[in-house]
Ligand binder design. Structure first.
Ligand code: CP
Length: 316
């Protein structure tokens, strides 16, 4: 594997999930693979889970891991080709990515969307330029439109916790005070559409995701209908795709409660974290027996390790 940016980079998602679960049982079984190899984890935006879990995964494989918070610690990056750099930007992505490729065998990159220009965000301009110029395998640590390491960890979690062969999984929109990217729900949707699950998306009218990611899902605008007999509930806020990046209303009645859990099949509640308590998810759910959010975050290590293992196996 030379690139991990979406579910489309994976031939067999079930085999990758199985690999992650095997690594969870035997974390150091492949520690020879990363000997004398280096991964650079480059962050243009904040992170807790992705940063530490990927670093740990790399270390379990015997790799050296370098972290660069390039937004704070690097030179101000220019992204436009042909730019006359007589303003605030100091280094072009062409040189920055190429130089990092000299130092690292694999690069991980986090680059959030601007949520202003939909065409630009959905073209994955920054991520794709980085891939083009760095010259080494790249793993997405969340890009403008997708968060594949999160989605793989989510699928690993569902595989571990499911009590039936084909569980009902519901992705439900939740309220928030800020406009958030669509990367997590987009990515979760496209992974669930490939997985062997019964998948429903619930959101208020107006919060439709880009259909490119939701093809194959059942989409409803009533949370209660969606939650009926659910085995897993994936809670997440996202801003509108149309009008792009906008918050359309509070819809506070979409905050998941214990009362609403009663109509589910004792559903496990998932969230990628970080979560704003009592805005996006209630205390009673997060602190209750159905919450799987910390377990899910723990699985980020094994998802990252499975992906890095595949990349290391194919390094020249
Ligand atoms: N879920 C997730 O990606 O968390 P971080 O933003 O903290 O990495």
């Amino acid at each position: 594997m030379k690139l991990f940016s979406s579910v489309h980079d994976v031939d067999d998602i079930n085999a990758l999930v199985k690999e992650a679960l095997t690594l969870k049982q035997h974390p150091f079984s492949n520690s020879h693979l990363g000997k004398n190899k280096t991964i650079a984890l480059v962050f243009m935006n904040p992170s807790l889970r992705t940063r530490i879990s990927t670093q740990k995964a790399a270390q379990n494989l015997g790799m050296n891991a370098m972290v660069l918070n390039i937004d704070k610690e690097g030179w101000a990056l220019e992204l436009q080709d042909g730019a006359v750099m007589n303003g605030t930007t100091v280094e072009h992505i062409r040189e920055a990515a190429a130089v990092m490729g000299e130092y690292a065998d694999i690069i991980g990159l986090r680059s959030f969307p601007g949520l202003v220009d939909r065409e630009l965000d959905y073209s994955e301009d920054i991520f794709n330029k980085f891939v083009k110029y760095c010259g080494v395998p790249v793993v997405s640590l969340e890009s403008a439109t997708r968060h594949p390491l999160q989605s793989l960890a989510d699928l690993v979690t569902i595989e571990e916790l499911k009590t039936k062969a084909r569980p009902k999984v519901v992705l439900t929109w939740a309220p928030h005070v800020k406009a958030l990217p669509q990367a997590v729900p987009n990515s979760f949707a496209e992974w669930m559409c490939r997985a062997d699950v019964d998948f429903t998306i619930a959101h208020p009218k107006g919060y439709e995701l880009n259909p490119e990611f939701t093809h194959g899902a059942t989409i409803v605008h009533d949370q209660e209908t969606a939650l009926q007999d659910a085995d897993f509930i994936y809670v997440k806020n996202w801003s509108a795709y149309e009008p792009y990046g906008k918050v359309l209303g509070n819809f506070e009645d979409w905050l998941l409660t214990n009362e609403r859990l009663k109509i589910t099949n004792d559903a496990k509640v998932m969230h990628c974290l970080p979560v704003r308590r009592n805005v996006e998810l209630s205390d009673e759910i997060l602190d209750g027996p159905n919450s799987a959010v910390v377990h899910e975050a723990g699985n980020r290590v094994w998802a990252a390790q499975a992906v890095l293992k595949r990349m290391l196996e194919e390094l020249d």
